[in-house]
Design a protein. Structure first.
Length: 202
C-alpha cells in the first residue's frame, strides 16, 4: 500500500498539462510532506449534527484553482488554524488532482469538500480529506462528496479506494461500502491517535 508521500512523488514526476517537477517547488513539496505527517492520511468527519434545514440547492462540482483559499477557510472554521489543511497542500491538490477533488456549494459558497488522490499506476485511490461546514452537517453532504470522488476514481481506472478513519467513524464509512482491512492501529499517528484502514473495492 502506497503512502501519500509516495503518491505525490510519483505524480510530480509526470507531466500533466505543463505541470511538472520544475514547477513543483522543493519548498512546497517539503511543506506537503510536513502536512502529511500532521494530517496523517486521516479522513476527518465529526459526528453529524443537523444545524441547517436545507432549502437551497446544493451543487457538487470539481475543484477549481481559485477555490483554494475558500477551501482552507472552510477547514479552518471546522478545525482551527493548527489542524487545518495548509494552503500549499490545497493548491497542489487543486492542480494535480482536480478531477478527483470535489466541492459542495450553496449559492456559489463552498460549504464542503473531498480530496481524492490516485497513484501513477491508478491501482488504488485514496481519500485524504472530507470536510463539511459545521452549519451544514447532517444533510448528507459528506456522503455525496465521497460518492462523487469514488465514482471519479473508479472512472479513472482505480480498482479500489482506501482511507484511514478514527474508531468512532468506522461505522459511518462501512455504510458507504468501505470495509476494514486492518485491526485497530494503536497510536498510529501519535499518542492516542488510533486508526483503522478501510477500503472500498469496485
Amino acid at each position: 500500500m502506497q503512502t501519500l508521500q509516495q503518491l505525490l512523488q510519483l505524480t510530480i514526476n509526470k507531466k500533466d498539462g505543463g505541470w511538472n517537477a520544475e514547477k513543483f517547488k522543493v519548498s512546497t513539496y517539503k511543506m506537503c510532506c510536513h502536512h502529511i505527517a500532521q494530517r496523517a492520511w486521516t479522513v476527518r468527519h465529526s459526528s453529524s449534527r443537523k444545524n441547517v434545514i436545507m432549502t437551497d440547492e446544493i451543487t457538487y462540482r470539481q475543484v477549481e484553482e481559485t477555490d483554494a483559499s475558500l477551501i482552507v477557510s472552510v477547514d479552518e472554521s471546522r478545525y482551527g488554524l493548527g489542524k487545518a489543511l495548509s494552503i500549499f497542500y490545497v493548491k497542489d491538490c487543486c492542480k494535480l488532482y482536480n478531477e478527483t477533488f470535489f466541492v459542495a456549494t450553496v449559492k456559489d459558497r463552498i460549504i464542503g469538500f473531498c480530496i481524492g488522490l490516485s497513484s501513477k499506476s491508478k491501482e488504488t485511490g485514496w481519500i485524504s480529506a472530507v470536510t463539511v461546514s459545521e452549519d451544514y452537517k447532517g444533510n448528507g453532504i459528506g456522503e455525496n462528496l465521497v460518492k462523487n470522488v469514488c465514482e471519479k476514481l473508479k472512472n479513472a481506472g482505480c480498482s479500489a479506494v482506501s482511507l484511514t478513519a478514527e474508531p468512532n467513524l468506522v461505522a459511518y464509512y462501512e455504510k458507504l461500502s468501505f470495509v476494514r482491512i486492518s485491526e485497530e492501529l494503536k497510536n498510529y499517528y501519535g499518542e492516542g491517535e488510533h486508526r483503522f484502514i478501510l477500503r472500498k473495492t469496485f
